[in-house]
Every structure is written in C-alpha cells, then in structure tokens.
Design a protein around this ligand. Structure first.
Ligand SMILES: Nc1nc2c(c(=O)[nH]1)N[C@H]1C(S)=C(S)[C@@H](COP(=O)(O)O)O[C@H]1N2
Ligand SMILES: [Mo]
Length: 314
C-alpha cells in the first residue's frame, strides 16, 4: 500500500542568492570559530584549488525541510574505503587524489566518451536539498549541488540495449586505508535501472553547502538517488557503464539477503538488522520519525515500479 502524505515539493523558496548568502554567513562563522569543527582538518578546496561553485540555480525539486548542519553532513559518513566508523572518512579521505580525474561513460551507447572533471563541472548546476536515508536507520537533509545524471547519459546517446547503468568508484589503495580489508569486493560498484537513472531526481553531485564536495562525501563527483537507501548513491565515480544486463553490486555480493538491487526506501520491507519503519534524523538522538515509502519521493517515482512486487524486488 502506498502511504500518501501532503507533498512538500512545492517550488523551492531557495534562490541562488540565498544559497550564496548562507554560504557567506557560513564562511564568516567558520572563520570566527563559531561553527565547531567546520573544516575538521580537511581542506574544503579540492586538489585544483577550487572551492566555491558559481552559477548554481535553485530547483523546485528541493525539499523544504531544514538542511542538516554542515558539521554533521561532513563528519558522519559512510565511505568504507576509508574505514567503517562514521568518523573515519573525515579523518582519512584527505588522502584521496581528486586531480586529474576523469569519468569514462561507455557500454551500450553510440558515443562513448571520457569526460574530464573540468567538463563535468560545466553542466548546469542546481542546488537540490534532498533527504538521504541510510539503511542503518539514520537520515539527513543535504543541500547538494549537482546536475541531472540523465543530462550526462544523453550526451553518449544510449542504444536501445541500454537497460541498466553500472557505476564504478575510485580504487586508490595507497590512499584508501579501508581497502586493505575485504569488507566489500573493491572497487565499490552500484547500479540503477535505466529509467531510474534518467529520472530528473537522480543527480551527479559535485558539491554541498555551496562548495565543492569534501572528499569524505564523495569528491569530486558522486551519485545521489534520493528515493533509495544511501548506499545506492556511490561516491567518487570513475566509470559509468550502460549495460544490457543487471549489474551485480558490491552490497549484493557482500550480503544478498540484506541488500537487493533496487533498495528503494520502504518501511514495508524489513531488513534483518535495522528497522526500516522508523529513522533517526541526525543529530537528534532519541526522537524517531516514521520512514516514508520512497523516502517521501513517491509522487515522483512510484510509477517506475507500477506492477512490481517490491517485497520480491527489494
Ligand atoms: N564509494 C562508496 N560510496 C558510498 C559508500 C561507500 O562506502 N563507498 N557508502 C554509501 C552509504 S552506505 C551512504 S549512507 C552514503 C553516505 O553519503 P554521505 O557520507 O555523503 O552522507 O554514501 C554511499 N556511497
Ligand atoms: Mo548507508
């Protein structure tokens, strides 16, 4: 049964001007030391020295919910290549080498091409304030900056055989202390069905809170698919392959009983270890809120799954 609730996808009031004002206030507060641990020892500028992202438009697809403070978004992370504790990525991801960086887009398409990160940063950037819900039953609201994944895929002209999209993420064993242990089958691989990847809500994020992505959040470019559990939003993407067959993902390989290919946020499908009915909004500690099917994006995405048994295709 679909649980409907009043939509919160009214046109966003966040204009690019308020984005910039908020960023300036944030930078001032950080300089004055009033934002505790704002930079956490990791330089916010990327390896090319780029810090601020210009020409960021507002998006009507943003939620009105209040974004989670920057210090939590950047200090409470899952990025297993840098360790499995939430505090590991901010400590260790500074070693990730983010330049030069390219993303190869290949497979079932007419014009396969390798894009330099500098080219990708020229796509029309928007701020998208999205809920992010981890399968571990915590959630955040993140003001991402990015562009539609579909806009990139259209450039390589997918063929009719392209039914799925596979994302392969960076493997830098010298920089990534976490890959010494076989926690996952490295490199981290994730996948989407083609129509999911082409949905306007699916983005490639290059920044958050007005600035380039911190390494721990997946610099220099990562996927964000807001109606799915966080692990579908693969970080530090190096390759995107259009495929005829469903790719096998790192999490499915690790534990197929726990992690299905679809992994849509769904309070009606249990997980053996964490409740999917309730969630804790970081940094709240005791309060729990109800998890909403498709993370609240059902009005936009439910039709992608019409007629599918979501308990079978979890
Ligand atoms: N390469 C890579 N991508 C990844 C992960 C990871 O371990 N490695 N963790 C995933 C999980 S489980 C979540 S919840 C989100 C967290 O994104 P955030 O740290 O930006 O909040 O990243 C996802 N992408
Ligand atoms: Mo997650």
């Amino acid at each position: 049964m679909l649980i409907k609730r009043p939509t919160d996808y009214l046109p966003s009031e966040i204009t690019s001007e308020t984005v910039y004002r908020r960023r300036r206030e944030f930078v001032k507060a950080a300089a004055a030391g009033t934002i505790l641990g704002a930079t956490g020892g990791t330089a916010r500028a990327d390896d090319s020295g780029l810090r601020q992202l210009a020409n960021v438009a507002a998006s009507p697809l943003s939620t009105f919910e209040k974004p989670t403070a920057d210090k939590y978004v950047t200090h409470y992370n899952n990025y297993y290549e840098f360790g499995t504790d939430k505090s590991d990525p901010v400590q260790h991801a500074g070693r990730l080498k983010t330049r030069p960086w390219t993303v190869a887009v290949e497979g079932e398409c007419r014009k396969p091409r390798t894009f330099a990160i500098e080219e990708l940063l020229k796509f029309p950037l928007q701020e998208r304030v999205y809920r992010l819900r981890c399968v571990e039953a915590w959630s955040m609201v993140v003001p991402w900056i990015g562009f539609e994944l579909g806009a990139l895929l259209r450039q390589v002209e997918p063929t009719g055989n392209a039914k799925f999209v596979e994302f392969t993420t960076a493997y830098q064993p010298d920089a990534m202390i976490g890959v010494r242990l076989p926690v996952l089958d490295w490199p981290y691989v994730e996948g989407l069905r083609m129509d999911e990847a082409m949905h306007p809500l699916a983005i490639l994020a290059v920044g958050l809170y007005g600035e380039v992505l911190p390494n721990q959040n997946g610099a220099p470019i990562r996927v964000v698919v807001p109606w799915k559990y966080g692990f579908k939003s693969a970080k530090s993407i190096v390759r995107i392959r259009l495929a005829g067959k469903q790719p096998s993902t790192a999490w499915e390989k690790a534990s197929p009983r726990e992690y299905g290919f679809y992994s849509n946020v769904n309070p009606n499908v249990d997980h053996p270890r964490w409740s999917q009915q309730r969630e804790r909004r970081i940094p709240e500690f005791f309060a729990r809120r109800d998890t909403v099917i498709f993370n609240g994006y059902g009005d936009q995405v439910a039709q992608l799954y019409a007629g599918m048994d979501l308990k079978k295709y979890f």
